[in-house]
Ligand binder design. Structure first.
Ligand code: TGC
Ligand code: FAD
Length: 408
């Protein structure tokens, strides 16, 4: 379906249908794999992105600011905790709906999707999966509406790909815990009300904590100078003798599998999100190629430009099928970390390549903020790094193929 609204690119004497007002072609009839609920959810998020994200995102990106006014709206449209049961404020949807929500949000911007990924998979998921009943009732409904913003601290200045070597420590002081350490590169940390932090006890066992903003000794300075994910807040979490109440520990998980389980959920969502970023680039490039004329004909008529578009369409379609299958397996409880790694690695790389290739289709116009490619391209440099680098996901796939871990 095309909605007949157009924007005008003032530098050019052509009109271009806004990427935000266009529903992309479904070349392989992938829509037939989705049920009505999936399609309704997808359309609702797509409409919201068109209405609330697309018109402002370039400006926020340029200013390097997170559009915080969108958080409440994201709560209202069900972007937070869609697979969390209704009794805790979620929507009780399946994992394909969750994936489609991430796809549509990232069609808008990876930073907006990051906000929802962290809130859902890295904050609500661990509280739901490993928290006490009191913790679930206290935090989940407010995280679902966006009244609380959450963040997730695993990475440290000296321990990124190897979180098992973290040095953040806590001591049992009898009536409370004492927490010391520092986390780095933490999405949302400066605006967070709730901090999920992972730390080792005196025996070296990793445990998770729910910290509240304002705790004495807990600070979250912002990280500046990013050329990527500029419309997303990134910061540190510094913990200096933080007195943590005993009921702030996540009681139901011990060891590295705690944080890594959260990553499975977030990486799965990212694999879907990357498809959205790629679709946005493809749609904008296709429309431009059909309208822009050189040597007396649309550049879409040249074989070299068709190669770029045809390959992009092929790769997007393959990526859609990969995440759809991953979603089916996740709904059945059969998606392994290795499945998810393959999907995250393939799809983010695919999206980055498509952003680069489709930008070229636009020539000089491709470097401007009238089009989304440069912003997606820069964002995807973070996406290919966080939640496990491209290399780490290859090693996870390699271990799955050979049975031999090659990390150490
Ligand atoms: P290893 O010895 O293999 O495993 C330790 C324990 O963990 C279990 N495990 C998992 N459990 C659940 N899900 C997974 N994906 C798991 N992978 C491993 C494993 O079975 C074992 O359990 P047990 O019971 O035997 O103790 O661990 P390792 O130290 O060798 O590390 C393996 C490696 C390298 C794959 C892992 O450390 C890793 O994935 N590293 C990458 C780190 C990473 O992804 N960090 C992301 C930080 S969060 C973030 O980036 C948020 S971005 C936010 C946004 O969207 O804006
Ligand atoms: P390193 O681990 O130092 O890796 C450097 C290079 O070495 C990489 O190319 C890597 O692939 C390679 N390498 C490492 N180990 C191996 C190996 N065994 N074999 C081969 N090559 C290897 N973390 C959080 O906890 N919470 C967040 O909310 C969060 N948000 C983020 C937001 C942004 C914008 C960014 C950029 C990062 C965020 N991160 C977050 C951190 C992210 O997860 C880490 O950056 C990532 O895990 C990689 O760690 P590192 O940057 O320390 O790189």
């Amino acid at each position: 379906m095309k909605i007949n609204l157009i924007i005008f690119a003032p530098q050019l004497n052509i009109t271009i249908m806004s990427a935000s007002l266009y529903n992309p072609p479904d070349h392989f009839l992938v829509d037939e794999l989705y049920n009505d609920e999936h399609k309704i959810v997808r359309q609702a998020i797509r409409d919201w992105v068109n209405r609330s994200v697309k018109p402002v995102i370039e400006e926020y990106c340029e200013k390097a600011q997170f559009p915080i006014h969108l958080v409440k709206e994201m709560g209202e449209i069900g972007a937070f905790g869609p697979f969390i049961p209704v009794e805790y404020g979620g929507a009780g949807l399946d994992h394909i709906s969750y994936g489609l929500i991430m796809q549509e949000l990232e069609r808008g911007d990876s930073g907006i999707r990051s906000m929802a990924s962290v809130q859902t998979s890295l904050v609500m998921y661990p509280i739901f999966s490993f928290g006490s009943e009191e913790q679930k009732r206290k935090y989940l409904p407010k995280l679902a509406t966006g009244e609380f913003i959450g963040c997730f601290g695993l990475t440290e200045p000296n321990h990124g790909s190897d979180p098992g070597s973290m040095t953040t420590r806590f001591k049992d002081m009898g009536d409370h815990y004492l927490l010391n350490g520092a986390k780095m590169w933490i999405t949302n940390s400066t605006i967070a009300d709730v901090f999920i932090v992972w730390a080792k006890d005196e025996q070296g066992v990793i445990r998770g904590f729910i910290l509240d903003k304002g705790m004495k000794g807990l600070t979250a300075p912002e990280t500046h100078g990013k050329w990527s994910l500029r419309a997303s807040v990134t910061g540190e979490i510094v913990m200096e003798d933080v007195v943590v109440p005993k009921d702030a520990i996540l009681p139901n998980v011990k060891g590295l599998k705690g944080p890594l389980s959260c990553l499975n959920s977030a990486r799965y969502g990212i694999a879907w999100g990357a498809v959205g970023a790629a679709m946005d680039c493809y749609d904008a490039a296709l429309r431009y190629a059909l309208e822009r004329k050189q040597f007396g004909k649309p550049i879409a008529a040249f074989q070299l430009q068709q190669k770029k578009l045809a390959e992009a369409l092929t790769e997007i379609t393959k990526a859609q099928l990969l995440v759809w299958r991953c979603g089916v397996l996740r709904n059945e409880g059969r998606a392994t970390p290795a499945h998810i790694s393959m999907a995250k690695r393939n799809n983010v790389h695919m999206a980055l390549e498509i952003a680069r290739e489709t930008r070229q289709i636009l020539g000089a116009m491709g470097i401007t903020n009238d089009f989304p490619m440069m912003r997606h391209m820069m964002n995807l440099e973070s996406v290919i790094t966080y939640e496990g680098t491209h290399d780490i996901h290859l090693l996870i796939t390699g271990e799955s193929a050979t049975g031999i871990g090659a990390y150490k």
